[in-house]
Design a protein around this ligand. Structure first.
Ligand SMILES: [Zn+2]
Length: 155
C-alpha cells in the first residue's frame, strides 16, 4: 500500500486528461524539494500550478502535485495530454536517486497501473524531448532499475 501525502495546493485552470498511456520520469534538478515549493516555482512561471502529478522526496515519501486526472505541464504539449508526470527530487546530473526514492517510484508505478487498469509505459523525460532530465545518474535502461528493484514492464 502506498502512502501519498496530499496538501491543499491551489490551482488555476486545469483540464481533464482524456487519455493516459504513459508515465514520464523527471528530476527537479535541484536539492531535495517539496511539491509545495515546486508549486510556487511553477506558479511564478505563470502556470496553473505544479506541472507534475507526483513528487518523490529523497527519503522516499510521495507527495501529490497536480491532480492525476488533469493534464500536467511537465514534458511539452505533445506528450502532456496522454501522460502522468512523476518528479524525483534531486539533481541526478550530479548524483543518483536514493534507493528509497526508486522503491517509491516502483510502488507508485504499480499503483497507477492498478488504477488505470493498464500496463502504462514508463519513459524518461529525455526519451520524448530534447533534455537531460532526469539526469545522467538516473539508473537506466529499465533493466538497470530492475536489477535494483522488482519491476514489471510490458513487452
Ligand atoms: Zn523533466
Amino acid at each position: 500500500m502506498i502512502n501519498i501525502i496530499s496538501i491543499n495546493l491551489k490551482f488555476g485552470l486545469l483540464f481533464p486528461r482524456q487519455t493516459t498511456r504513459r508515465i514520464l520520469i523527471h528530476h527537479s534538478a535541484s536539492p531535495d524539494v517539496s511539491a509545495a515549493t515546486i508549486h510556487s516555482w511553477h506558479l511564478q512561471k505563470g502556470w496553473s500550478g505544479i506541472g507534475y502529478h507526483y513528487v518523490i522526496r529523497s527519503e522516499g515519501s510521495v507527495e501529490a502535485g497536480r491532480k492525476v486526472e488533469m493534464v500536467g505541464a511537465h514534458a511539452g504539449p505533445e506528450v502532456n495530454w496522454d501522460s502522468i508526470g512523476i518528479c524525483l527530487a534531486g539533481n541526478f546530473m550530479e548524483y543518483a536517486p536514493t534507493t528509497a526514492q526508486l522503491f517509491a517510484l516502483v510502488q507508485l508505478v504499480a499503483y497507477l497501473r492498478d488504477i488505470y487498469q493498464t500496463d502504462l509505459e514508463v519513459l524518461r523525460h529525455k526519451d520524448v524531448a530534447a533534455t537531460e532530465c532526469p539526469g545522467d545518474c538516473f539508473p537506466w535502461p529499465e533493466k538497470k532499475l530492475a536489477s535494483i528493484l522488482p519491476y514489471k514492464r510490458r513487452k
